[in-house]
Design a protein around this ligand. Sequence first.
Ligand SMILES: [Fe+2]
Ligand SMILES: [Fe+2]
Length: 358
Amino acid sequence: MERRDFIRSSSKMVAGTLLPITLVEVAFGMSAKPEEKQVEDFTFAFISDAHLQQIKGTKFVRNWDMGLKRAVAECNMMSPRPDFVIFGGDLAQLGKAAEIDHGAEILSALHSPMKMMMGEHDYYLDLGEHWQKCFGDTHYSFEHKGVHFVVLNSILVDEEWTNKWKNPMARMQTMAGLDDPNGSPFMVGEAQRQWLKNDLKDLPKETPLVVFSHSPLQKIFKGWNFWTDDADLIQDILKPFDKVNVIYGHVHQIQYNKINNISFNSVMSTAWPWPYPQSYSKVKPTYLPKMTIEMNRADPFFERDATGWQMINVHTGRTNIHYQLPNNKNRTVAYNHKHERPEDIDFQEKKIPSQEHY
Ligand SMILES: [Fe+2]
Ligand SMILES: [Fe+2]
């Protein structure tokens, strides 16, 4: 299918519905060099941060349920049907077995194969026991039509913090707060870094890489855990590859950035938007990357503001993101090959000042 037709069929759905989902198109095209591995065009979808919350028994917070159910329904209506759907973590709100089971049931309605990633809200009650029983490994890799995909578990913290709690729910609730000072910075950790090195060691350097993580594999704002402590070490492991794309959840807002060979893009949540870290920059130092420009939010009181839908085109091995925002002007963040960085056409080309001028 032509990319044009694909956008058209996607746009039809956007017109009728608000899509709290990320649809990803991978379209590298055929390689000109015969020695390079050929990559077929294909699509996959990305749903993230559902935060299903049990009230009591079979009663769950309705709004969060509806966000996920709608994403699943719309995924099933997509044409072409996505080759697979990745769920980006935070399926549960407080890590309860009932919440994870409830999420698994809603996701089981997907017609495409599903890949799962763990978020901190799925983990810090029972340290991932129930999640793993339902979904299996927390880190793994797979090949799909010439692209190498990696899923990392980036929400671990050191053992001392993990084991210091007498009550697992107290640990979970501390991690569930956006700005709880008793939390601890996330990391991928030594064992997974070794695993990743090993996973990539025989891979040709021109192979397109897409790495999924729940927290950003870059340091944005430590106070809110928009942060992964060993991000620099992971970036080093990814350095030898020509085209690397990191796509992450957790931040519930649009962010993009580039560090060396790596393009970073966040996805939105089906549940609610988080505020922007700049709002706290007077209290704590902010490390928001220069290239990241926040979404211009029309209405913070609108329940679906900063939730939405985006299509990611990776045609040249770099991510171009087309954001469909329910209550706001649509945006495109495209990779500018001349400047070698992702740029928001409205902000960079029309000289609208970025956050660094504020
Ligand atoms: Fe989340
Ligand atoms: Fe999260």
